[in-house]
Design a protein around this ligand. Structure first.
Ligand code: PMP
Length: 344
């Protein structure tokens, strides 16, 4: 009887194998063909499901983890959610150290997923014993049978994408991909995917998307860590104020920087043009493509794959809130009324 029922064993069976979707409508004025790898189709709604599953299963293979042990990470974002989800199914405790800057919604979402959340002060330096880094490190040292995911400095982050995202894109494009465009945060997605694709065809051009206010582009160009590049910006999940070892700068051909404002409008445009409700960094990736097209990067023979890392639902109080957009001044330079809201 059981054999006749077509059911997944659990939610983890649905991680990866995300669809590649043509975004021809939005790209209709650009030369070439454009496809989005839509990572919101992962069950935890982001690409981070891949690394959570891969890193935890690697620890199991090495015999470091047994049921009832503990997984620790320092994020209130997508990775935290994915780690909590994988921990539930595999029977681990999940501890997430986050800063007091994290929204109540995010903290409650992680609690809802069974994670124990430590809220640490945001306004202390990383080496302060109260910082979320220090708290996570201490908990890891004190907890026998625990692993610390440490996504910015874990090579398994790259490997997860080398083994999954890269081969999927190669197969989905039948080896015809010419360009990969991906936002870089930890750098795991772009580095692992690029490494696999370049092994198949060294001519695949890999372009990273960075934020104004982040050091990655300058570091790639000069190998210098320039603190003048660092200032606050609004896009969450990409760009960085340090150099992550989960980024392999050698497999990235170049970086493009995008603004908060243009990226926010681009995400809203993706939702309205393609019906794909995606997150802020998906908008950043599309904005980078527009800039690259203007620079003459693409031809009619280009097959461009753009990674859309997560789902729009996590940004309801930000880019999908007209109020927030207005507060940021993001509607000031828009001529047409952007909002479609009709109130009676
Ligand atoms: N977009 C979003 C929304 C993310 O959360 C992340 C991860 N920080 C990225 C893009 C970048 O992915 P990666 O960390 O693999 O570079």
């Amino acid at each position: 009887m059981k054999e006749e029922i077509k059911a997944y064993n659990n939610i983890l069976d649905l991680i990866g194998n995300t669809p590649l979707i043509s975004i021809a409508k939005i790209a209709n004025t650009l030369p070439g063909n454009y496809f989005a790898k839509v990572e919101a189709f992962n069950p935890g709604h982001s690409s981070k499901d891949r690394i959570a599953l891969y890193i935890i299963e690697e620890a199991e293979r090495l015999g470091i983890l047994k049921p009832g042990d503990t997984i620790i990470e320092t994020t209130s974002g997508n990775t935290g959610f994915s780690v909590a989800m994988v921990s539930i199914i595999k029977g681990y405790d999940c501890i997430l150290a986050v800063t007091s800057k994290s929204s109540k919604d995010k903290i409650e979402m992680l609690s809802a997923m069974g994670a124990k959340v430590y809220v640490c002060p945001a306004n202390v330096s990383a080496d302060d014993e109260r910082s979320y880094y220090s708290v996570a490190k201490r908990l890891h040292e004190e907890t026998k049978g625990s692993i610390y995911i440490n996504q910015y400095f874990n090579q398994l982050n790259i490997e997860a994408h080398y083994r999954t995202t890269g081969p999927e894109i190669w197969e989905q494009t039948n080896g015809k991909i010419t360009h990969l465009i991906a936002c870089s945060g930890t750098g795991g997605t772009i580095s692992g995917t690029a490494k696999f694709l370049k092994e198949q065809n060294p001519n695949v051009k890999v372009i990273g998307v960075d934020a104004y206010g982040s050091v990655l582009k300058k570091y790639h160009e000069t190998k210098e860590f320039d603190t003048n590049e660092i200032y606050p910006y609004r896009i969450e999940g990409m760009g960085k104020n340090l150099i992550p070892t989960a980024t392999d700068f050698d497999v990235i051909d170049k970086f493009v920087k995008v603004t908060d404002e243009e990226s926010a409008h681009a995400a809203r445009e993706i939702a309205r043009t393609e019906g794909l409700f995606v997150g802020y960094t998906s908008g950043a990736a599309l904005q980078a493509v527009k800039q690259l097209a203007e620079e003459g990067e693409f031809t009619s023979n280009s097959n461009v794959v753009i990674i859309f890392p997560d789902h729009g639902s996590r940004y309801m109080s930000k880019i999908y809130s007209d109020e927030w957009m207005s507060e940021q001044g993001f509607f000031d330079s828009v001529n047409v009324e952007d909002s479609q809201k009709i109130e009676f």
